[in-house]
Design a protein around this ligand. Structure first.
Ligand code: AMP
Length: 555
């Protein structure tokens, strides 16, 4: 029999309404390079309503049209995050670090009707205009920047503040929206092939928010000030903007000031309690704090979440030991909204006993089911030993990709199993108590003489050396072994360590057959559009002979 419970749709409009009223006094602040400029949630809610009016009444946005953003993390972006899905349209966050070709592809594929862009990124947008389809009718510009760059645009250009000014501060957001309809669209970073669009539903955003705020995930409260360094174009800033409105956590938006010095200055001045970003951001910040050049104060930060790629244990320990900041490791992907798993330890352990748990990729919540699939397709035990590809399913996990406007969903080739699970492309183990430990990306694992070497394990050991700032290990072809590891390292400024010393250091920590013979000291590790190590580029520069490689040891 059916239950007797109400069937109330889970929608972004509900999150907006709740945040803007019940938590109307919480604030969204944007860093302008020197100070934070603040608005209350009530004001942001009113401005979101004005934006919705402008989009509908003036720019003609109807139904589920896509409204894109090409913006840093700032208050106006938060307004777009709330207004666009609430009115029934689809928020399409554009990654402003993607190569121009891919950006143009994505805008055309999504058939974006409007782009809201920060003035500072117009130099990126302007060269794309000749490649964009006429479905793009409007560009709305927010903040300083040269509008003259858009002179060749055949549609109309608007000023954000002028567009929303003098409009009603409440909007009749539809109350009969199907909770399964699309709320937001985010494309994968597309390191191989064309980027794929993941369409999040109102229901998936809402349920994901409930998980994000829970104590076993990020644990947000109305007493928190959240600093999302992770960009709002990288999987919805991991759910932080919507989750903040759900529970009234104030937000500190870094805008384009993402370098270690301004980040440290903003943390010192504004005293956030929580932050989240990929490991490379934290490596840079740690270096800045350690340099001791300035008197920074990071004591307000209780927790930082590190995810998006494996967090080097040395980084986690350094934040804990030197700055008293608890680092929480989390795993996810564009297709998983992105949470994923979060590495809180179980009860009853000493801090020392907790470490192995905190270094895993984390524990799955009830709503994300995982299975480990062996090379022959069979399900492996969850015993923390059996290794295979991780597959997941749940109410905020994608089942297909966006096929393009008016098209059927794209089944994603072999990305989804016949019985509807997402194949993550990540290889690892799951323990009986639900902790995920990744050994590698399936495509980054090094297959040497029939054995697998984890590139991540070698990187983590190397990054524990005091002279190593960053290390990226990739597989390179080898006549005898099929593949062998190539270690590329970035040394700390002023360090005189050589690769021989690093190899000796590693020799004490990994099996001898895993020790790389090929070594290269590089200036910086190439990064993807979301700040992860771009191993494809390293492999290519090795193949081109562009890297200066030292060979050590026997082959
Ligand atoms: P993206 O969709 O661009 O966010 O990339 C998702 C991929 O990032 C995952 O499939 C993993 O390979 C990787 N990833 C995310 N979080 C972690 C983590 N904590 N440890 C290792 N890899 C991670």
């Amino acid at each position: 029999m059916l239950s007797t419970m109400q069937d109330v749709p889970l929608t972004v409009a509900r999150i907006l309404e709740h945040g803007a009223t019940v938590h109307g006094a919480s604030t969204v602040a944007t860093w302008d390079g020197e100070r934070a400029v603040r608005r209350t949630f009530a004001e942001v809610g009113a401005r979101a309503a004005q934006l919705a009016h402008a989009l509908r009444d003036e720019l003609g946005v109807t139904g589920d049209q896509r409204v894109a953003t090409l913006m840093w993390n700032n208050t106006e972006h938060q307004e777009a995050y709330l207004a666009i899905p609430s009115m029934g349209a689809v928020l399409h966050t554009l990654n402003l670090r993607l190569p121009p070709q891919q950006l143009a592809f994505i805008i055309n594929h999504a058939a974006d009707h409007v782009i809201i862009a920060n003035g500072s990124v117009l130099p990126l947008l302007a060269p794309l205009l000749p490649q964009l389809n006429p479905t793009l009718r409007h560009i709305v510009v927010s903040g300083p920047g040269d509008r003259g760059l858009l002179a060749g645009f055949s549609g109309s250009v608007h000023e954000y503040e002028e567009l929303i000014a003098d409009r009603p501060t409440s909007f009749p957001f539809p109350t009969d929206l199907d909770e399964r309809s699309a709320a937001a669209l985010c494309y994968t970073s597309g390191t191989t092939g064309d980027p794929k669009g993941v369409l999040y539903s109102h229901r998936s955003v809402y349920l994901h928010c409930l998980q994000v705020v829970s104590a076993e995930s990020f644990g947000f409260t109305a007493r928190d000030l959240l600093l999302p360094v992770v960009p709002m174009f990288h999987v919805n800033a991991w759910g932080i903007p919507h989750a903040a409105f759900m529970v009234g956590s104030s937000l500190l938006m870094p805008d384009r000031f993402l370098q270690p010095k301004p980040l440290a200055a903003m943390i010192t001045a504004e005293r956030p309690t929580f932050s989240a970003a990929v490991p490379t951001i934290w490596t840079g910040l740690l270096d800045e704090l350690d340099s001791g050049g300035e008197a920074y104060d990071t004591s307000s930060l209780d927790t930082v979440v590190i995810g998006g790629s494996a967090c080097p244990p040395a980084l986690m320990k350094a934040f804990q030991d030197r700055y008293g900041i608890e680092v929480i490791h989390a795993w996810g992907m564009t297709e998983t909204s992105p949470l994923g798993s979060v590495a809180h330890p179980p009860a009853g352990l000493t801090p020392e006993q907790e470490w192995p748990y905190r270094l895993t990729q984390g524990r799955f919540p009830a709503t994300v089911q995982a299975r480990v699939v062996g090379p022959d397709g069979s399900a492996m035990p969850h015993d923390g030993v059996a290794e295979g590809e991780i597959e997941v399913r749940g109410p905020w996990i994608a089942r297909a990709y966006f096929g393009g406007a008016g098209q059927q969903p794209d089944a994603g080739g072999d990305k989804f199993s016949d019985d509807g699970w997402l194949r993550t492309g990540d290889v690892g183990t799951v323990s009986a108590d639900g902790y995920l430990t990744l050994t590698d990306r399936a495509k980054d694992v090094i297959k040497s003489g029939g054995e697998w070497i984890s590139s991540v394990a070698l990187e983590n050991e190397l990054m524990a050396h005091p002279d190593v700032l960053e290390a990226a290990v990739v597989a390179v072809p080898d006549e005898k072994w099929g593949e062998r590891p190539l270690a590329t390292v970035v040394l700390r400024p002023g360090s005189d360590a050589d690769v021989r010393t690093l190899r000796e250091f590693l020799a004490g920590r990994v099996a001898s057959w895993q020790l790389p013979e090929r070594w290269a000291v590089i200036e910086s590790v190439p990064k993807t559009s979301v700040g992860k190590f771009d191993k494809k580029v390293i492999r290519a520069s090795y193949a081109d002979g562009a890297l200066s490689v030292t060979k050590l040891g026997k082959e």
